[in-house]
Each structure stands twice: as C-alpha cells, then as structure tokens.
Design a protein around this ligand. Sequence first.
Ligand SMILES: Nc1nc2c(ncn2[C@@H]2O[C@H](COP(=O)(O)OP(=O)(O)OP(=O)(O)O)[C@@H](O)[C@H]2O)c(=O)[nH]1
Ligand SMILES: [Mg+2]
Length: 299
Amino acid sequence: MADPRCGFIALIGAPNAGKSTLVNALVGSKVAIVTPKVQTTRALLRGIAMEGEAQLVLIDTPGIFAPRRRLDRAMVTTAWVGAHDADIVAVLIDAKKGLDDEAQTLLGKLDEVRQPKVLILNKVDLVEKERLLALAQAANEKARFDATFMISAIKGDGVADVRQWLAQHVPEGPWHYPEDEVSDAPLRQLAAEITREKLYLKLHQELPYQSTVETETWTERKDGSVRIEQTIYVERESQRKIVLGKAGQSIKAIGEAARRELAKIIDKKVHLFLFVKVREGWGDDPERYRQMGLEFPKE
Ligand SMILES: Nc1nc2c(ncn2[C@@H]2O[C@H](COP(=O)(O)OP(=O)(O)OP(=O)(O)O)[C@@H](O)[C@H]2O)c(=O)[nH]1
Ligand SMILES: [Mg+2]
C-alpha cells in the first residue's frame, strides 16, 4: 500500500463561481449550500474527500469581491485566510462570465499566494470550446498556474480529473480526519445552513443578506426523531413580516423544505421549529460573527 497523503485545498473565486458546488461534487455528498444568488457562503467550511491513499480537505470559502458592509469584509478576509493556510489553492472562474473585473482583480492578487495554484474554469456546459481555450490562455497570462482544468461542477464533467490531480499533489502525511467523515461542520451548523439556503431560494433582493440563521436546540428524542429549534435573525420588523409571509405561508414553505432535506441527510425524522426575530444591526454584533465562525472586523 502506498503511503498516506493529506492536504488542505482552498477553493477561491468570485461569488457564484461554483465553489460550493465543486466542493460537494468532490466530496460526493452535500456538505455546502448552493444557491443561484451571490454571496451564499459566509464562512470557511471543510469538506473531506478520499481518493486512493489521499485525503483531500477541501476548504470552501466565501466569494472574493469588493466588500462594503462589515459582514462582506469579514467574508472576503476569511476567504484569503483560507487560501494562505492551504497546501494548494484552486482558483475558480465562471467560464460564462469570463475575465470580468472581479476575476481580473482576483487574478492580480495571486502573486501573493505562494502555494501551488490550479486554475479551474467552471460552468463549461454554458460555453463554446474556442472561447474556453482563449479564456484559459488569457488567465494563464495573468497568473502562474501549475495546472488548468475545464469542468462542469454541476454535471460532474472533469471533476474526477481535478480530484486525481489534487490527490497526487497533496503532501505525504497521515490523514487528519476519519476516513468516513465528509465535513468538519457539526450537524447543528449544517442544519442552520440548510435553512439559510431555503431562505435564499425563497426570498429576494436584500433580504437574504440581512438575515442569518442559528440552531438554538437539537434534541434527540426517544422515538429516534430529532427536535430542532432555529432562529432566523432579520434587521427590521418589515423584514420579519416578509419572512413570515401572508398567514405564515413563507416561513412554512422555508421550514418544510429545510426539514425535508435535513431528514434526508441525517436519515431521521425531523421536527423543525423556526422563529423569526428582529435584531437591529445584527451585522454589527460580534456574537453573530462568532456563531458564524467569522472574525469580527473592527470597522
Ligand atoms: N451551468 C452551471 N451552473 C453551475 C455550475 N456550477 C455551479 N453552478 C451554479 O452556479 C450557482 C452558484 O453556485 P455556488 O456553488 O453556490 O457558487 P459559489 O462560488 O459557492 O458562490 P458563493 O458562495 O456565493 O461565493 C448555482 O446556481 C449553481 O447551481 C456548472 O458547472 N454549470
Ligand atoms: Mg459558496
């Protein structure tokens, strides 16, 4: 048997490039939430994949963009911290969007990243081949990459090649996690994230960005089911009304979708109770950042 290998791979890229989709595809199960909206991922999350004797610890990061609010700054900082702490950095670019301002800025900052870097052009299912080759060339002129991949994270095309390359390039060394573990996040956190995903899918404009979800209690019951209570924090009373919806229709749909998915993931019956609370300025409350696993930026 070959010696074990193990390493940390940070996936960085602009919001919506498909980082979380790729983490899920590499891991082979859903550990990170995915939505069509930008800025879905807020904190670092480790997904764990096995490939032969190699354990790949994939670090899903928030998208890198020009931050405005305090929460945005915390997210972008945490993404770069993820990159600097990793053994390998994978840079995702949305091939459909190409080298737009966000991608250019990101590529320009890669000089500071010392680790081996791979370029991953994602969403190739949406783009013609000639454009892809031109894009790969242009990106490689802007930054130095050790390898380039063209994939569709959503369809799985090219994902096995990425996994194999990473397995060959992570350092030799013992595994950090048990072989059957898929994520380092506790179930309570995954549960909060699943509810946040449904919120993002159901609500629009600024609302998703002005809300956060926390799991308050998680109780295993004698009959084998789980009772989970969560709080959705919003900024204003008017937002609370929208989250609840007419006659509570909206919160009911969010809760039902979250409950169903959670039950599937943990393979138990789930009783999910959602509460919506107004916490004005939660985006400036250090405790909310601690709950999310983010550093609280001083300003
Ligand atoms: N067509 C297509 N869509 C994709 C592909 N990969 C991801 N998507 C879609 O792109 C959107 C964003 O995907 P995410 O995985 O949430 O992107 P992300 O980079 O994690 O985004 P943030 O967490 O906001 O930074 C979702 O609607 C995905 O379904 C792909 O290969 N092809
Ligand atoms: Mg994400």
